[in-house]
Design a protein around this ligand. Sequence first.
Ligand code: AMP
Ligand code: GLY
Length: 426
Amino acid sequence: MQQKILVVGSGGREHALCWKLAQSNKVAQIFCAPGNGGTASEQKTENIAIPVSDFNALMAFAKKHSIDLTVIGPDNPLADGIVDAFEAEGLRVFGPRQAAAKLESSKVFAKQFMQQNQLPTARFAVFDTEAPALAFCRENDWARVIKVDGLALGKGVYVCDSVEECEQALKEIFGTGRFGASASQVVVEERLYGPEISLMVLSDGKTLRPMASSQDYKRRFDGNKGPNTGGMGSYSPAPIYEPYAEAIQQEVIAPLEVALQQAPFEFKGLLYVGVLIHDNKPYILEFNARFGDPETQCLLPRLESDLVDLFNACIDGTLADATMEWTANSAVCVVLTAGSYPESGAKGLPITLKPMPESVVLFHAGTQLQSDQLEAHGGRVLNIVGLGETLEGAASKAYDAIQFVRFDGMAFRRDIAQGVSLCLSS
Ligand code: AMP
Ligand code: GLY
């Protein structure tokens, strides 16, 4: 029987999820809550105007429309227990419960989990006030990274060069209250140096199955300069992954699988493992309890297998037997943002869009369709994904297609996937 799916979220990641799910002949219809201007016109898909935080309205919709499977995109509803709420009502849902989503929503919890299970991660200590945290940075010249415990829209991590910068960061965290309850604790950890790999791993509670490797670009400007953002671009596969694939499997994925099997919580869903290669060894930098954005936009166009089968296998505990195949090609995603990004700015600017050339997929993020006029609503607006036999080819496809998109203030990085096959450090 064909299935009806509800996708929760409104970003580029959710558009990519809808796009891939719509290709399955097992999927009849998709609803995206609240969706964006791209999901509004994606095949089989329609938007419904329910915010991601309104669990009761989402559950009522899922019941009324006999939704077979709900897929949760963003971190906040997972941290707030949306999966527990759906399950309590007997509704089928893809994503970790609140207790497992804590691997993302509390950095202290994630670090303690890694430490207890001897998973490779940077040395650290936890503090709940400013003075002892600063004293720790002064005493340990390796302690140069400060992270607020809770979710902070990607802005709660300070990678510092000096004690003075640590002092500044700690003042900002404890002195201004800008992170609210997220900053009741901080992790102070060792600064590691090396290239990063995003590894998205499917989990059914027993088995971990890594998806293809990818890499994202967090800083706003070329050459990894400027403020941190939600992500300015991505590519897949990450060439740096290949030489470390075996080490990552042996030293990260295999022990993580055992640790999760023994944990007091069950992790079902997508576990994003941020890996950094330091001194030739893989370390876990962070976990996210959901698909990465914008990594998902370049990952899913490379997935040959049926995504709805993989989601159902995670829920049913049959992931070990599921088929997951990838095309040999490469994908590069360039994010087009509002001029003011990452600061907020004008909303409702008209977008002109010409048809995309072959081997290019356009995923929307901050767009809305207002009576046939597509509008930019700030932040990350569109994701252009180029596909090609090589990363260079895929990047040219994406960059060449930017000429078909226009809106006032449109901005993007010009160095996404440039030279990565030659120069492996990020
Ligand atoms: P996180 O949210 O923990 O992934 O941190 C965001 C970014 O900060 C990472 O992608 C890294 O680029 C950087 N980062 C985090 N932890 C460290 C660390 N221990 N050493 C160096 N860079 C780090
Ligand atoms: N691209 C990193 C994230 O989704 O958090």
